[in-house]
Ligand binder design. Structure first.
Ligand code: GDP
Ligand code: MG
Length: 436
């Protein structure tokens, strides 16, 4: 996907504005690329429609090119479509042991995942037990036992070929060994199969798992979506584990599965080793699918900086000469949230020359807050009246030195200049319209 998009954006790069024609072109390429990354057709179509709509009404800020802006819009949309936030495991603290059951086709990575999850839970202070309810192949039990040994978590297994018995006895064994979570590994088949489904269903009813996780191989492409749907229709699972993302699958399955079954993806498996397991983060997956993380964070910062509403408000204040120390303090805190002030300043053309580097770096906010709190209402609104004796009083009141008060007032002056140039920038912000 990344290569194709890159080519598309190269086409757009030389153009100053986005219009119906080049948006249409970009969207056609993005759609083709999404389909190539195994994103379900309906999902890709919805994404494209949403993006087209959003892009046409979008404000484009001057420090960002329209092409960069589209990347950000695509990225936001992908993140949202994949659930927005990371969804953690939901284990009942009351009912001990908590039960996690896995289901999925044979070879999807269930057994490996069980061991990885056991290791992860153990590291977080839990006492897990693994239960082998894949009773039909001795090799499957041996595999779980070997993995259990590797992660140093006990494995419960029985000799008989009775999955229900294995699961229930395993649960009992965990209870009497005072374990707080059991992970039940189940049997899969190579294809959707009614016997397998019926067994998983009855295990679900008997175990009443806190989390029934569906494990699916991301390399399966479109088939992953059909499988997810079949399992969800029958089992109504709680979450998805996407495996083999270390291969060259492009992650499109994450998007499609989420759309089709509307269940959160909770984990991704990224290798054969026992610690190759990560939480699923929609934003990171969106970056993986797009492969343009740099642009995304650049636009994000620029957007925060030029937050239109805020700067319009500031602009008004500046014009009326109302930008005061209260606003100054708000602005400082906003900048602090964004991280490196210097990095931000460098991104905005013109600002880098205006703001002295050292002054804004290493700002400590506590004394600033104290100083501003020690000022009268009048002083905050019209800092010009803060003369020598007022400075001394403010320093005493806030437990700071007069030099610090001087510095604060100097920084306020710089900020005022900076805000003025930011508002100039946003005034010249362009709108994407169908006319231009
Ligand atoms: P199960 O049949 O669903 O229990 O699947 P297994 O856990 O036995 O895994 C099947 C194969 O896939 C094994 O060879 C695993 O080592 C491999 N495997 C599992 N997860 C991953 C992964 O995230 N990446 C890679 N590369 N291989 C994996
Ligand atoms: Mg297995």
């Amino acid at each position: 996907l990344s290569d194709k998009l890159e080519a598309t954006f190269k086409k757009l790069a030389g153009q100053a504005t986005i219009n119906e024609i080049n948006i249409g072109l970009a969207m056609r390429d993005i759609k083709r690329a999404l389909l190539g990354a195994d994103v379900n057709y309906k999902v890709a179509k919805k994404l494209i429609d949403d993006i087209r709509e959003k892009s046409l009404g979008e404000q484009v800020i001057k420090s960002v090119s329209p092409a960069q802006m589209i990347v950000k819009i695509v990225y936001d949309e992908l993140t949202e479509l994949m659930g927005g936030e990371q969804k953690p495991l939901n284990l009942s603290p009351k009912k001990l042991p908590a039960v996690i059951m896995v289901a999925g086709l044979q070879g999807s990575g269930k057994t490996t995942f069980c061991a990885k999850l056991a290791l992860r839970l153990k590291k977080s202070g839990k006492q897990p037990m693994l239960v082998a309810a894949d009773v039909y192949r001795p090799a499957a039990i041996d595999q779980l036992k070997a993995l259990g040994q590797q992660v140093d978590v006990p494995v419960f297994a029985i000799e008989e070929q009775d999955a229900m018995k294995a699961a229930l006895q395993g649960l009992e064994a965990a209870r009497s060994a005072a374990k707080d979570v059991v992970i039940v590994d189940t049997a899969g088949r190579l294809q959707i199969d009614q016997v397998m489904m019926a067994e998983a269903e009855s295990l679900k009813h008997a175990l009443k798992p806190d989390e029934l996780l569906f494990v699916v191989d991301s390399m399966m492409g479109q088939e992953a979506v059909n499988t997810a749907k079949a399992f969800n229709d029958r089992l109504d699972f709680d979450g998805v584990v996407l495996t083999k993302l270390d291969g060259d699958s492009r992650g499109g399955a994450a998007l499609s599965i989420r759309q089709v079954v509307e269940k959160p993806i909770k984990f991704i498996s990224i290798g054969e080793k026992v610690d190759d397991l990560d939480l699923f983060y929609p934003d990171r997956m969106a970056q993986r699918i797009l492969g343009m993380g740099d642009i995304v964070s650049f636009v994000e910062k620029a957007q925060e900086n030029l937050d239109l509403e805020k700067s319009l408000e500031m602009q008004k204040k500046l014009m009326k000469n109302e930008f005061d120390l209260n606003d100054f303090f708000d602005q400082l805190q906003q900048l602090k949230k964004m991280g490196s002030i210097q990095g931000l300043i460098e991104m905005v053309p013109g600002l880098n020359k205006m703001v002295p580097k050292q002054d804004l770096e290493n700002l400590d906010f506590k004394p600033i807050e104290a100083m501003i709190n020690s000022m009268t209402k009048q002083e905050k609104m019209t800092p010009d009246i803060i003369n020598g004796s007022r400075r001394q009083r403010i320093a005493r009141g806030s437990g700071t030195k007069v030099q610090e008060v001087n510095l604060l007032l100097k920084q306020f002056g710089e900020m005022k200049k900076m805000m003025r140039s930011v508002s100039k920038l946003s005034q010249s912000g362009r709108k994407i319209t169908s006319q231009n």
